[in-house]
Design a protein around this ligand. Structure first.
Ligand code: 2AM
Ligand code: CA
Length: 268
């Protein structure tokens, strides 16, 4: 590849690899799963997280040797800067769901060039549902184009938030988000940040708020949400970086503004 990349070709490859990776995960359901813990007893990883990341990396490096890869399980590169093309991969987002439920998890791939999101893919493996977006060309749920997000008031909003963030925790005063949780129409927690961001893009959730994610959890979702006119920032309303952990507040534009103004700014 010389100069600017051939995004249509990259997109075709990325979609075929994510589907093949998903098919391997589905095939693994009747085999024995090896489960380990990482940072703590609730932080799970399985042989399928590792195998899926290694599968994707082998395909990418074989076809695009100049691209960098940032993967959750660490089989990719030590990415220190976003120069060139960078694939940001979570082989299984929602590993706890994968282990406990065999559903509600996804493969997430965000592809950036010089820090600009170009392709976002989130594959709900069990339902064979692919959320995909290419910069400037809209976002899709399988073959269906997703419409631009419409305005929703706090009163009518269904938001994705984990109960953790309204209980005592290390990242936010537990009283800050309580009024929001009380005021919205409903709250949901699916346990996969990638899927929750895909749901925001698809209009199934009006917002998603979480205090700690890693780049592979949100890299693809940010691209999908941008394509339907949504907004993704950290909890302070600032841009989310792709090389560090971050809080994430994803929503349609008007709800994002309303929540920032009335529930967050001045309260954190
Ligand atoms: P994972 O399954 O890929 O680890 C669960 O609420 C969501 O938060 C999932 O998307 C999960 O991704 C992510 N998550 C869990 N532990 C995390 C951590 N220590 N840092 C960042 N994201 C985490
Ligand atoms: Ca993961």
């Amino acid at each position: 590849m010389i100069g600017k990349s051939d995004w249509s070709m990259i997109d075709t490859y990325a979609k075929s690899w994510i589907k093949e990776a998903g098919s391997r995960i589905r095939d693994s359901f009747n085999k024995k799963l090896l489960i380990k813990t990482k940072s703590n007893k609730d932080d799970l990883v399985t042989n399928m997280d590792h195998e899926t990341e290694q599968f994707l990396i082998s395909k990418i490096t074989e076809t695009f040797p100049n691209h960098q890869i940032l993967g959750e399980e660490g089989f990719g590169d030590e990415v220190k800067a976003l120069d060139g093309v960078v694939w940001i991969i979570d082989p299984i987002d929602g590993t706890m769901n994968f282990v406990h439920q065999q559903r509600n998890f996804a493969i997430s791939i965000g592809i950036y060039e010089d820090g600009v999101g170009q392709i976002g893919l989130i594959y709900d493996v069990v339902n064979d549902e692919l959320y995909h977006a290419k910069k400037g060309q809209g976002a899709f749920f399988n073959d269906t184009a997703l419409p631009a997000l419409s305005d929703v008031s706090v009163d009518e909003a269904v938001i994705g938030i984990n109960a953790t963030w309204v209980l005592e925790n290390k990242r936010i005063d537990s009283s800050v988000l309580t009024p929001l949780v009380k005021q919205v129409r409903g709250t949901r927690s699916y346990g996969s940040a990638a899927l929750e961001m895909a749901y925001v893009a698809a209009g199934r959730l009006d917002a998603y708020i979480t205090m700690r994610l890693a780049p592979w959890d949100f890299a693809a979702g940010m691209i999908l949400i941008a394509e339907v006119g949504g907004v993704v920032t950290n909890i302070k309303g600032q841009p989310v970086g792709l090389l560090n952990e971050s809080s994430v507040f994803a929503s349609n534009g008007n709800l994002h503004k309303e929540v920032m103004k009335n529930y967050i700014e001045g309260f954190i």
